[in-house]
Every structure is written in C-alpha cells, then in structure tokens.
Design a binder for this molecule. Structure first.
Ligand SMILES: Nc1ncnc2c1ncn2[C@@H]1O[C@H](COP(=O)(O)OP(=O)(O)OP(=O)(O)O)[C@@H](O)[C@H]1O
Length: 309
C-alpha cells in the first residue's frame, strides 16, 4: 500500500450519444490520490463531474479510460476486493418501502456476502439512531431517518472508505450535526471519508484536503488550510458619518467609494493591519459611523478558481 486510499490515473468518462443527446465528456483525464485516513472534500459546480467520479468509484458507472485503485486493489483486476473496500451513501433515497431498517441492513449485508455472525446490524442501528425504529416500515420513516438509514447501508460491510454524495443537501440542522458527528467518529476509527458538498462552509470545517472539479478536470487539490491561505485578502467597509472622499492610502491598501458613499478598502492581512487602514481614515478627518471587515473564505477561493475556466 502507498498510503493512499484511492488512486486515480487519467480517468476519462464519455457518456455515449443518444438519439436525443450528444455524447458528453464528463471526465477529461482526472489524476487524483486520496490519502488514507483523511476527510477529503470533492467540490465543484453543478455538472462538473463529481457524481460521475463517485459512481465510477462505487462501481455504478463504467469508466471509458484510465486506472482506478481502491485500497490498493485495481478496479479492473480485482473488482470484488475493490468494491468491498468502499461504501457509498448515495444522494437519492433508494429504499424499499416495505423493508424495516433492520431488514434493509440485513439484506444489504447479504448482498455483500457478510456472514450472519459478522453482521453489525445492532451496532449500526445504534450509530444512526434508529434502534427504536428497527422494526418500522421504511415508508413510515421521516426524511431524516431515511437518510440515516442510507448511511447505515453504506456501512454494513465495514468498508475502509466511505463516500458521501451530498449527504446534507436539504436536511435540517439537527440531522446535519448528527451526520457530522458520526462521520467524525468513523474517521477517528480509521475510516477514510470522501464527501461531495455544495456547502463550502461545511467543507471548510470538515475536510483536511479538498479537490475542486470543474468541467471534468481537477483544477486544484490542496489542504484546506493552504487553499484558504491562498487568499488572505481582507476587506474593510467604512460607513463615514458624513459624505467623504477616499483618503490618501499607503502602499498595500486599495480603496473604492461605492455609489451609496461607503468606503471599501482591501488589503493583505499578512502585510497590512486593520489599524493602518483606520489610521488613514482618521488622518483624513473622516468620522466613522460604522465599520466591518470581511475575510476571504472557501467560497472566495472556490469562485476565484472556477470563475475564469
Ligand atoms: N447518464 C448520463 N448520460 C449522459 N450525460 C450524463 C449522464 N450523467 C451525467 N451526465 C453529464 O455529465 C456531466 C457531469 O455530470 P455529473 O452528474 O457527474 O456532475 P456533478 O458534478 O455531479 O453535478 P451535480 O452536482 O449537479 O450532481 C454533466 O454535463 C451531465 O449532464
């Protein structure tokens, strides 16, 4: 093993043309290694190719070209072992309405060939908070409970890698917190977690490393901390107490006056302090009615990296 949970080399996927649609190149030669034990975020705008990538890892979509290794197993040469190493919580709820949570987990374990004695059904029910609903029909479960059951189903074969495809899209805060607690717990137990999310704040909080996919290509891959430090720009917005023009500014600070009279200053927080900006404002005799600062966050990084492509 190389220390990577996933190794992807020159992965390409072209969806074939149909009588009504043209052929679509969804992945254009992706190279990506995902380290063991990480919580790895896969971000990208709609249609970037994230689901295609995840579905290839899950064995649900056939790749057109390239090499995929899951937990050291080549997907083409060792399909069974590579599949057994990964569990996927899908975006869409696909539960049999007449199965109870317990039955859903048992059937899923059976599909993966987990012997009865090795099944962890009760442990999983406990983890996903469905012990008291173990015998209820799935159709009687709330939306949040169904999502939790999907997580449980992804865990029945004790995979080393767990993939979560937009796990918190449209779920309430309570469920989101519970999901993240579970994910952290599983990660602390050694499981590698890969997740796609549209919530950049969530990626910022949860992920050690992030890859951004745009138009079928990985445009950036770095630690979350490095990505954030790429943009250490800060903005200070000053609302003067009476109409004022921009003051003279020292090097490293740029200013702009908005149509409604606010003064917007931008500077690098590593090089210039907020105090220097305020000093320039004061020495021009400008009184301040209100002031606020804004720091670049992952959203800014994301926009700056995906905007121009
Ligand atoms: N089965 C399919 N047949 C043809 N084209 C497809 C198919 N699935 C996806 N595509 C196309 O491939 C491209 C990538 O789609 P994909 O679903 O992988 O993107 P995504 O990043 O997951 O987006 P989203 O966040 O909206 O799910 C899109 O242009 C999409 O329309």
């Amino acid at each position: 093993m190389t220390g990577n949970a996933i190794e992807i080399e020159n992965l390409r996927k072209t969806y074939a043309a149909t009588p009504r649609t043209e052929a679509k190149e969804a992945l254009k030669g992706v190279d990506l290694n995902i380290p063991q034990g990480s919580i790895f975020g896969l971000l990208g705008p709609n249609g970037a190719g994230k689901s295609t990538l995840i579905n290839i890892l899950a064995g649900l979509v056939l790749k057109t070209e390239g090499k995929v290794k899951i937990w050291g197993f080549d997907q083409d040469r060792n399909p069974r072992q590579s599949r057994a190493s990964i569990g996927v919580m899908p975006q869409e709820v696909n539960l049999d309405p007449f199965f109870t949570p317990r039955a859903s987990l048992e059937v899923q374990a059976g599909l993966y060939g987990v012997p009865k004695a090795q099944r962890k059904t009760d442990e999983i029910l406990e983890l996903i908070g469905l012990t008291d609903k173990a015998e209820a029909y799935s159709r009687s479960l709330s939306g949040g409970m169904r999502r939790r059951l999907l997580l449980g189903k992804a865990l029945v074969h004790s995979p080393q890698i767990l993939v979560l495809d937009e796990p918190t899209a449209g779920v309430d805060i309570e469920l989101r917190n519970m999901l993240w607690q579970n994910v952290r717990k599983l990660n602390e137990g050694g499981m590698t977690i890969i997740l796609t999310t549209h919530y950049l704040e969530e990626a910022e909080q949860m992920c050690d490393e992030i890859a951004i996919i745009n138009h079928g290509e990985v445009t950036v891959r770095d630690t979350t901390a490095n990505l954030l430090s790429r943009l250490d720009g800060k903005t200070m917005v000053v609302q003067p107490d009476r109409p004022a023009e921009l003051p003279d500014l020292p090097d490293g600070i740029t200013g702009e006056k908005t149509a409604d009279g606010r003064l917007v200053f931008t500077y690098q927080s590593g090089k210039t302090s907020a105090e220097e900006v305020l000093r320039a404002v004061h020495s021009a005799g400008i009184g301040i009615r209100d002031v606020k600062t804004e720091q670049a966050d992952l959203e800014d990084v994301f926009l700056s990296l995906t905007r121009s492509v």
